[in-house]
Design a protein around this ligand. Structure first.
Ligand code: DAT
Length: 146
């Protein structure tokens, strides 16, 4: 598989509930920062949902407090990240997923993860400047990738 990068964010409810350490991926963290997104910024992040009835509410919510924004790197990291996060609606999330275990209602679901390579690229560009991302090799990589 291709080495890829995904954008993951702990949303304001996840930060307030102390879920910031709930991500234990065997992947490489290449960018992280704490931001309070403006409403305008949240609208850019959720632009795909512009026509949906919950668009405004989702943007208000995302901009309501600190978000922990991250970029993770590895083979298959986009799909694996989504799997670990669980379904949008907590009721449809499996046990052992972050949303399945921690979320209660659909609009308050703790965490965001890019849903594919195109959105991952867009979201990383929106949230991070290139110089905020690092490239490095971990000692574990030769064991992980062979
Ligand atoms: P995801 O966050 O799983 O990628 P999405 O992109 O479809 O899901 O929606 C983005 C956010 O919008 C989601 O995390 C919570 C909110 N949302 C989605 N569907 C909703 C609904 N039916 N009612 C209320 N909020 C919703």
């Amino acid at each position: 598989a291709e080495m890829e990068r995904t954008f993951i964010a702990i949303k304001p409810d996840g930060v307030q509930r102390g879920a910031e350490d709930c991500l234990e991926l065997g992947f490489k963290l290449v960018g992280i920062k704490v931001v309070v997104p403006s409403k305008d910024f949240a609208q850019k992040h959720y632009h795909d949902l512009k026509e949906r009835p919950f668009f405004n509410g989702s943007c208000d919510f995302l901009s309501s407090g600190p978000v922990i924004a991250m970029v993770w790197e590895g083979e298959g990291v986009i799909r694996y990240g989504r799997k670990l996060i669980g379904a949008t609606d907590r009721q449809k999330s499996e046990h052992g997923t972050i949303r399945g275990d921690l979320a209660v209602v659909v609009g308050r679901n703790i965490i965001h993860g890019s849903n594919g390579p195109v959105t991952a690229k867009d979201e990383i560009n929106l949230w991070f400047k290139p110089q905020e991302l690092v490239s490095y090799t971990t000692n574990a990589e030769k064991w992980i990738y062979g």
